[in-house]
Design a protein around this ligand. Structure first.
Ligand code: ARG
Length: 459
């Protein structure tokens, strides 16, 4: 018989039974559900709302059920709809009358709210720890490549020289922001909804501060109506996951491009690439492609929950049962992607010669050429025009700026001297960009220290 059968004269239609049930996915909340119930029963006992003996019987019964679930010895039933009613039913079967007192002053609405919050709260540090490991790989790659010159791009057109180390630190900073986003989410999430009841608390002397601290929350949530209606934290979490995945996806896209023979800046380790069933020469960047692909599903998780919530009146609506699968899916996806991505990055080989070969074509020192003239007194706009003409000339004759003769240079401006060749040297172009945040080895080392410090503060 259903826990709520009292008001009904008919059995639930079997289709509705299956349709309504969430046990197939919310069984994943068993640990949090039991923790929430133990805190609630402890409080009921301490406040004299139920007897101490009943509270103890409930707590011991729940602990037993927990270890049996962990040992794989408990079967949940669809008939009992969700994890909350499954556990309560099992408890009552075992300890009898005391079990029936557990739900005093509580509703499934605050129960599910506390379970789900606890769940997300426990996963955030797992994800942060994974991103920190990835940061360490980025630091390692950056340190090894502070002078590895490569072209930087805009519009995917060769633009200005940078280094692979500088590039790695760009991603390190995106991930730094991701970590702080998860931390912010954790901070706002850290309020306990338990005791909110269905929506309006209860007339029992429920001590919400006690249950909140028993469960390790910072404080009880301020308003009971908000407490049971709020899924902001799950949406914020999914949005932090989406941004993280967007960063990994952009990085994946670059790795995919750079592994192609058109670039060949990188070579993936054999253990992190796959072959083709027909083309014997193929070595495919499947890991990076899957990370890019899975980003779409995490965005889907975010949009799905945003859409579920957008039209809901306060307080609980059954629509909200749809909050769990997207969050579980995002957690599984992110927790699978980050470590495999880190390992792929850690094991790949950088090909400095191919990077500098690409850097040598494409006039990425054209800005430096204009700056050369500007430093000799010519207004930048004028210098820009002159170098544009030089580039055009080079394209026609299949040359680069460095291969022009001094006579070619001087024909266009008397300000050019033999030191122009030094000014065009790519290593120098990078080295001279000593501005804060720039690609000079000196500043990239500073950037590395900054991230290293950020990581150390969290370990
Ligand atoms: N299984 C439900 C969910 O996940 C639990 C809350 C049910 N509350 C209710 N009033 N029907 O949302």
């Amino acid at each position: 018989m259903k826990l709520w059968a009292g008001r009904f004269q008919k059995e639930t239609n079997t289709l509705v039974n299956d349709f309504n049930a969430s046990i197939n996915f919310d069984a994943r909340l068993y640990k949090q559900d039991i923790a929430g119930s133990i805190a609630h029963a402890t409080m009921l006992g301490q406040q004299g709302i139920i007897s101490q003996e009943d509270a103890e019987a409930i707590i011991n019964g729940l602990k037993e059920i927990l270890s049996e679930i962990e040992g794989g010895g408990v079967e949940f039933s669809l008939e009992n709809e969700d994890i909350h009613m499954n556990i309560e039913t099992i408890l009552t079967q075992r300890i009898g009358a005391a079990g029936k007192r557990l739900h005093t002053g509580r509703s499934r609405n605050d129960q599910v709210a506390v379970d789900f919050r606890l769940f997300v709260k426990e996963e955030i540090p797992v994800i942060i720890a994974q991103i920190l490991e990835l940061e360490k790989v980025l630091i390692k790659k950056a340190e090894a490549n502070t002078t590895t010159v490569m072209p930087g791009y805009t519009h995917l057109q060769r633009a200005q020289p940078t280094t692979f180390g500088h590039y790695m630190m760009a991603y390190a900073n995106m991930l730094r922001r991701d970590i702080t986003r998860f931390e912010d989410c954790l901070e706002r999430l850290d309020e306990c909804p338990l005791g909110a009841g269905a929506l309006a608390t209860s007339t029992y002397p429920v001590d919400r501060t006690l249950t909140s601290s028993l469960l390790g929350f910072r404080k009880p949530s301020e308003n009971s109506l908000d407490a049971v209606s709020d899924r902001d934290y799950a949406i914020e979490f999914l949005s932090a996951c989406s941004l993280l995945m967007m960063h990994l996806s952009r990085f994946s896209e670059e790795i995919i491009l750079w592994c192609s023979w058109e670039f060949k800046f990188l070579d993936l380790d054999d253990a992190y690439s796959t072959g083709s069933s027909i083309m014997p020469q193929k070595k495919n960047p499947d890991v990076a492609e899957l990370v890019r692909g899975k980003t779409g599903r995490v965005y889907g998780d975010l949009v799905s929950l945003l859409t579920v919530m957008k039209g809901l009146p306060l307080a609980y609506n059954k629509d909200m049962q749809e909050d769990k699968e997207p969050v579980f899916d995002a957690i599984d996806t992110v927790e699978m992607c980050v470590p495999v991505f880190a390992a792929m990055l850690d094991t790949l080989t950088v090909r400095p010669r191919d990077m500098s070969r690409a850097a040598a074509r494409g006039f990425i020192n054209a800005t430096d050429c204009a700056d050369y003239l500007t430093k000799k007194g010519m207004p930048f706009r004028e210098a820009y025009m002159i170098v544009g003409r030089l580039v055009n000339m080079c394209i026609k004759t299949d040359e680069t700026l460095e291969t022009l003769t001094l006579r070619d240079f001087r024909a266009i401006s008397e300000l050019f001297d033999s030191d122009i060749y030094e000014a065009l040297e790519l290593r120098r172009c990078v080295h001279e960009r000593k501005v804060l945040g720039g690609p000079s080895a000196e500043d990239v080392k500073r950037q590395i220290e900054y991230i290293r410090q950020f990581v150390a503060e969290r370990e």
